[in-house]
Design a binder for this molecule. Sequence first.
Ligand code: PRP
Ligand code: URA
Length: 206
Amino acid sequence: MPLHILNHPLAEHIMTHLRDVTTKPATFRTLAYQLSLLLAIDATRDLPTEEKVIQTPLEEMTGHVLTHQPLVVVPILRAGLGMVQPFLDTFPDVSVGYLGLERDHTTAVARNYYCKLPPLVGRRVFLVDPMLATGGSAAQAITVAKEHGAFGAQLVCIVASPEGVAEVERLHPGTVIHTAALDRALNAKKYILPGLGDFGDRLYGT
Ligand code: PRP
Ligand code: URA
């Protein structure tokens, strides 16, 4: 299972404030941005580059620039919206698709209520959703991405549960998952422990 856990003291610092129940939505949004920026950088560490000869003020040198490879970031609404801006700020040519999935409060099964995706064939696709709990939403998102031609779509999340990671691996073996934290377990209501509560509610003050 290709599971990449962000390993950086700054990420731990941000994560601790994000989890803190006293953190208010405005600060929560800033922290989500900062953590997602670190994740975006980590998740793209294997992007291909090509040589480029340039002239510094002192001499000629050969540097490296990103090879043109279209990136697509797909936030899973609504909480995933809090993770998109760092991708836009870092990769100006990125395309954005939207997928609306909402868990039923009783069954925790996700319902697909919106889908607007750019072409995914041949593109590097990142599905961004802060919480990987049962894995039901993520697995559905990967299925939809595959139906639209994505090959090897990767998940980027902030908190993952062992159950969610296992479910994604069961339904979509080999999927690469990037997360800032791998937590202990789910509670009876399928919330992640210790987690940070309902990400969407905390992001938008609902
Ligand atoms: C949350 C979260 C994930 C999902 C994770 O969204 O953002 O999409 O739950 O749970 P799962 O792994 O058990 O499917 P939610 O359904 O609460 O919707 P929201 O983003 O609109 O708040
Ligand atoms: N969705 C959330 O926002 N938080 C959880 O802990 C589980 C699902």
